[in-house]
Write a protein of this length. Structure first.
Length: 187
């Protein structure tokens, strides 16, 4: 299934800059925390064997509901649905390259994420860090807008509970899955 989500004109969206907020992650052991997943399971990223890819994103929008004020002007905020759809479209390729687990991660609650996972037809679960437990424990980069604390967009490749590679910043978001695939092929 190819994406039914139209990507914006990325030249009109401010690109995020590398602020160094993810430099400490490569080589780090994942914090052992249990996160709820949209498939009803509880996931501890530190305990998963093999290769795991986790793409963190600020928030998916809901059709008919406005994004926070100024959303498109926040560098790296826009593009969560196109990013998720790209990972959906390349899921089988990632599995063929040895990815045992693929997850999206945001600070949205489970109900919000279940709606997005169903609407976007994602064949993998989304994880909720609604209380920012993982964000705090791993010192993941965040930003605040409209009273919300959200994750900055990044992708972690984790092997046996240790971060092997970090993609940060991620822009444009709909190309992130292709970047991960290229990295996996060259590994």
């Amino acid at each position: 299934m190819k994406s039914s989500v139209d990507a914006p004109d990325w030249s009109m969206i401010p690109a995020p800059q590398d602020d160094g907020a993810a430099r400490h992650l490569a080589g780090a052991r994942m914090a052992s925390l249990v996160l709820p997943a949209t498939d009803g399971t509880q996931i501890d990223l530190a305990a998963l064997p093999g290769l795991t890819v986790v793409y963190a994103y600020p928030r998916t929008g809901t059709p008919g509901v406005d994004n926070p004020d100024g959303w498109d002007l926040i560098p790296g905020a826009r593009g969560c649905s196109p990013q998720s759809c790209a990972f959906r479209d390349h899921f089988a390729e990632m599995q063929a390259l040895g990815v045992a687990h693929l997850f999206g991660l945001s600070t949205q609650d489970g109900a919000y994420q279940r709606e997005a996972a169903a609407r976007l037809h994602l064949p993998f679960p989304l994880l909720s860090d609604e209380h920012l437990d993982l964000a705090r424990a791993m010192r993941l980069p965040t930003f605040e807008t409209s009273g919300l604390t959200l994750l900055k967009r990044l992708t972690l490749v984790i092997k046996d509970g240790v971060v092997e590679h970090v993609f940060y910043p991620v822009f444009p978001p709909d190309q992130n899955a292709d970047e991960v695939l290229a990295w996996l092929r060259s590994r």
